[in-house]
Design a protein around this ligand. Sequence first.
Ligand code: HEM
Length: 457
Amino acid sequence: MTVESVRPEAVQIPEPRTPPLAGGGVPGLGHGWKLMRDPLGFLARLRDHGDVVRLRLGPKTVYAVTTPALTGALALSPAYEIGGPLWDSLEGLLGKNGVATANGPMHRRQRRTIQPAFRLEAIPEYAPVMEEEAHAFAGRWQPGETIDCTSEAFRVAVRVAARCLLRIEFMDERAERLCAALATVFRGMYRRMVIPAGPLYRLPFPANRRFNRALADLHLVVDEIIAERRSSGQKPDDLLTALLEAKDGNGDPISEQEIHDQVVAILTPGGETIASMVMSLLHVLTEHPGHAARIREEVESVTGGGRPVAFGDIRKLSHTNNVIVETMRLRPAVWILTRRAVTETELGNYRIPAGADIVYSPYAIQRDRRSYERHLEFDPDRWLPERSEDVPKYAMRPFGVGNRKCPGDHFSMAQLTLITATVASKWRFEHAPESNGAPRVGITLRPNGLLLKPIPR
Ligand code: HEM
């Protein structure tokens, strides 16, 4: 036997293929009508068609990535950047110079500026505001009244973000204006994203006028906040000071426009996502009274029952944490993410052309039967350490992965834990007769028209 005869055959690396076209398209309309009619169901079924599939949205081809491993590869690869239909529409409204839409060196510089305000060690500084707001949130209601969870949740989310990160004084008036403006802007933004009919939105319809007024007021409040800080001459160690003092790549101060866009780029994702999660958590406390009772028992055992829950208790509230994580799994606020390929590249041995728009859905990934046993069952105990080990990598990343990962993850978890623990200790809930609660797909996913009646514990 010669050495030659035992040499293994050269390994054949298969040529990258074009991803298969997802089934169910309609001639002329492609998959757009399915995405409009039932986006969550449609995205959740896509993995049955392949690991990467092509979707036709009118004349456009969009690539959908459906496995946890490939979403991780996508988010970690430098071959893709933030872009695609979602971001194109947001840029026009919120500005091009904020951290959520910038790419490349500018994005890296902006992340370095904002990161200190969000690092784990910075979060305890926000404790007094988070505690105060959580207790005020649960303390505002009267037994048996009907609470509109949408406005209550937006209010607390925007107040906490603005008070903690921008240390706004005379907060009440500004917070109310920010809440009102952001709620209207978020509603209108999703419409503009899925139906990009530019000229239609310039017509003087009442809805367009409301949207334009709210957008103008959002930008005005942000300008006021910046001007007030400047004129105060104070430089507390916070995010706003970091933005005002930030330098560009040449060491020059960043432009006024960039400071403005940065504040907007932090307030908008921060407000909408937390508000959506607060609504979903109120819904979960209503639908799963057994878990609400377990949270209350946990809080009592941690606090001794004699004092309100405090920031220092958070790490001991493990069931509360598991309820929040399981709520994020089944009802992720961020249900769809997009990227754009910078160059021609490959993903899972599929060819992705340069400039391609790519989507993936944390909702679909986190509800997949291939990753979770009893995948649709609400089971917070699946996050107990001994059970959570089996969850595949990247199958539970509600805050994203890689260089675009949410900077607000620790901030959000602390705030949501305080709110959930405080609310569950004080109230149980029933639906008001006109309450809806079905999933509402917008820029974020949240319960629609949730109206609850609080009943004292
Ligand atoms: C980005 C989720 C709260 C600020 C993201 C991304 C996700 C996410 C998935 C990554 C987007 C991508 O990969 O394309 C969430 C969830 C939240 C939350 C589920 C609450 C439950 C917050 C808060 C803030 C914030 C409280 C700030 C106050 C941002 C910013 C980005 C971002 C600035 C853009 C980061 C970048 O592109 O570098 N968020 N977020 N988020 N989030 Fe959050």
